[in-house]
Design a protein around this ligand. Sequence first.
Ligand code: 1HN
Length: 349
Amino acid sequence: MSKSIQQLDQELEQKNLQGLWNEELWNSDARLFTKDPKTMVQPCVWKWADIESSLREAGDLVGLGGKVERRTVRLQNPGLKQLKGQKHATTHTIHMSVQLLKPGELASSHRHNFGAFRFVVRGRGAYTVVDGEQFFMEPGDLILNPPMTWHGHGNESEPIMWLDGLDYPLVLSLQVLTWEPFPGDFQPVKESYKSTVHRLGMVRPLWEKAAGPLAYKWSDTYRTLKNLEASDGSPFDGVALEFVNPADGGHTFTTMACGAQMLRPGEITRTHRHNSSTIYHAFRGGGVTTIDGKKYEWSEGDCFVVPLWSWHSHQNASKKEEAILFSVNDQPTLEALKLYREEPGEAGK
Ligand code: 1HN
């Protein structure tokens, strides 16, 4: 008597083998192989009022020290909650959280092989020390922690809040994540960086190994946006800038690109889609982003996600004021793997 397929399947199972004839890869509703990419990442808006009040409460309840290295609140994507192990993320590749550091606090130094950045949103005067270089923070400043750079934060000023962006979900999915504390808790500032005026612009001290500057001052970013205000800009993103990598002039990180874009009063961008995902923060102004035909409203301070391959366009809600979005996306990862794709929507849309 010949074997049934079920019997064969059982025998294969015991030998750690599997026949693909039963697989849902090809033709079930849950199939993996589809013409368009599928993602579990969902569009989502996080209101600034919710983020800020959670952080303020955490500021009263949660002290730094011991097990608590950072007081930071994650933007959890609702679509990823059901994923075990890698559910802690804003998109499948990027983790964004908002951190509060109170006056008198010191957040100990550590380093990891995932990249990170800070984008300052409220308060000024705190600092972060990256590989011994001290960067004082003001709203709109972007400060990079490239992979394996030591970093700790201190505050002798007023309460400060910033966005933390990290590519740790990506590195975790590759199962190569590493993290280590700084021996001695807080990395001291190097002698050469002890003055309050640090290097500015595209210069570096020759006697240090340091790469280009790891901080982008908001005053420079904003001036550039304003200088380009009358240009055509990108049809899909308005006056959009990328923060260039100080080491090679390319994307901000090997894995992530950070950007700042200005939507001019009344500006509505053309629809397009790409297989990178983006996390936005409304730094100034308010507007509406249409994602796959649904409108998501945002006002100053809100954060939101545009998932990969979703059709999207942005609109500045004001006819008088500009709107400025800070963003981070994983396009560099897709490009590095030669997987990046984008498509414009129909003209006039
Ligand atoms: C981290 O190291 C920081 O250094 C902030 O301030 C947020 C979220 C997940 C993993 C590491 C920081 C983080 C983080």
